[in-house]
Design a protein around this ligand. Structure first.
Ligand code: FE2
Length: 187
C-alpha cells in the first residue's frame, strides 16, 4: 500500500538543510544528558520542528526561530520530569553556539531566547512567533499520554481539530521524521 504522508506538502526540507544542520545537532547533542531517543530527545525535537513548520505556514511566524526553538528548548534538560530552568539553560546553549552555528539576527535571537525561557510557563498570549513555538511543543504532549487541550494552545492554526489530530497521532506513535536519519544522521 502507498505510504501517504500528508505532512510532506508543508515541509520545505531546504529550511532544515540550512538551519537545522547535522553540525549544529552534533554540537547540541554533545552535552545532552538524557537518552537521545527519550521523551525529550531528538524525535521530540524533530516532531516539534515539523509541527512548527506546519503552523508557521498559517501563522506567519519566523521560521528560523521556530526551527531553532525545536532544537534548543529541551536540549539542556537534566531529567525527564519537572526540570525547572531547563528552558533558560537551553537558551544559554543557543547563546553559546550563536556566533559559529546560528545564522540569525539579534531580533531573531531575542525571540528564540524568550521562546525557550518561557516555554513551560503555560502562556498563551505573546508575539506570534513565540505562540507558534509554544504550540509546536504542546502539540507533541500526547507522546506521554497527555491529550492536547485546545484551551492551552495559543494560535488558531494549532487549535484546528485536524492539526491536533495529526499531531496527536504522530506523538502517540512516536513518529521519527525522516530527516532525523537522512540529515541529522542518527541511526
Ligand atoms: Fe518539548
Amino acid at each position: 500500500m502507498m505510504n501517504i504522508r500528508p505532512f510532506f506538502e508543508h515541509l520545505n526540507v531546504d529550511h532544515i538543510h540550512e538551519l537545522a544542520t547535522k553540525s549544529l545537532l552534533k554540537n547540541v547533542i554533545k552535552t545532552y544528558q538524557l537518552p537521545i531517543f527519550g521523551i525529550h530527545g531528538v524525535s521530540h525535537w524533530a516532531r516539534v520542528l515539523e509541527n512548527g513548520m506546519r503552523l508557521a505556514t498559517v501563522t506567519g511566524a519566523n521560521i528560523k526561530v521556530v526551527i531553532l526553538f525545536a532544537i534548543f528548548h529541551d536540549s539542556k534538560r537534566q531529567n525527564e520530569a519537572n526540570d525547572k530552568g531547563h528552558g533558560r539553560r537551553g537558551a544559554q546553549l543557543a547563546s553559546e553556539l550563536q556566533t559559529n552555528w546560528l545564522n540569525i539576527s539579534k531580533l531573531e535571537f531575542a525571540l528564540l531566547k524568550e521562546a525557550c525561557e518561557l516555554h513551560t510557563d503555560g502562556l498563551t498570549d505573546g508575539e506570534v512567533t513565540l505562540q507558534t513555538c509554544w504550540d509546536s511543543d504542546r502539540l507533541d504532549l500526547n507522546r506521554v499520554g497527555i491529550r492536547t487541550d485546545p484551551e492551552q494552545l495559543c494560535t488558531q492554526a494549532a487549535k484546528d481539530p485536524s492539526v491536533i489530530k495529526w499531531a496527536m497521532e504522530r506523538a502517540s506513535s512516536e513518529t521519527v521524521p525522516d530527516f532525523v536519519r537522512s540529515i541529522w544522521d542518527f541511526a
